[in-house]
Write a protein that binds this ligand. Sequence first.
Ligand SMILES: O=C(O)CCC(=O)C(=O)O
Ligand SMILES: [Fe+2]
Length: 303
Amino acid sequence: MNSIIDKKIIRGHMGKTVIFDSKKDQKLFMKDFLSQSSIQEKFSSWNVQGKYDTKKIIFEEILKNELVVKGIAKKEELDKYDNPLENLHKCLNDSKKTLDDTEQNQVSVNFYDISEDFKKEYIKFLKNYVANLFLEPIYFQEVPTFRFHFPFQKGYEWEDRYHTDIMLGHPPYEYNVWIPFTQVYDSNSMRITPLSDSLNFYKKCNYDFELFAENVQYNADWIKELKTKSSSLNMNYGDFIVFDPRCLHCTQNNRTEITRISLDIRIITESSLKKYSREYKTTGRKKMLFQPGHYFSEKPISI
Ligand SMILES: O=C(O)CCC(=O)C(=O)O
Ligand SMILES: [Fe+2]
């Protein structure tokens, strides 16, 4: 039997790939895309990792409370564990953990809305730990993305699919901020590819973004190569990473013993906003502008 024909390729729910209005638009995009990475310039690396004081920024406590208030888990169940977040899968029945047609579980869907308490806390985090890194005001993604990945979750049936947010329309001047609330390692973490290796993959398909998106998600040879170039982030609660948006990354099927909970936020500095050579908007249905008061917060967080 032919294993290639046999293999089921599950198409993802990633948004549409960036498209260009004209040759001129594409040229302007490429100017931004090939610009010097300011994270590389500032920190001599494609990423910068930091730690914050978990006594001052109490994400874990707020999240635990939120899980109870949203009716996702019972307080008595969570209280059974020293680390309730890493053991969350033991407090929930399968229906909350199983992935639906949009590849989401009910817990992640419930966290599309976040409480004012949580918002206050992550703004405090961004102010004290992220704006401080860049030494200038930053605008932040208004609605951050929560990820809940339970061990061996039902419905996770696809192979690793890589992406960069740029391929979904984001500006190359943005930064990705990734914050785990549980220990993350091996398959309960995100895999990420260094900038120089990532850039080789764009070059390999001559910056044709449609081809690029197809290859990084579904081409078995590309994915095999990407696996050798990328590695899983190995981090603890209290750590965070900021990385260049051109870096290829992917979610993995959590085959570890513990639940992964993480948050990703995109930010942009005041000076980077001024560098856009063209208009950037989300490639999905909403076509949201990557501008303050749209995708980004109306007001900057100053240091
Ligand atoms: O956490 C993950 O698995 C994916 C996160 C992601 O795609 C991002 O931070 O842009
Ligand atoms: Fe991403």
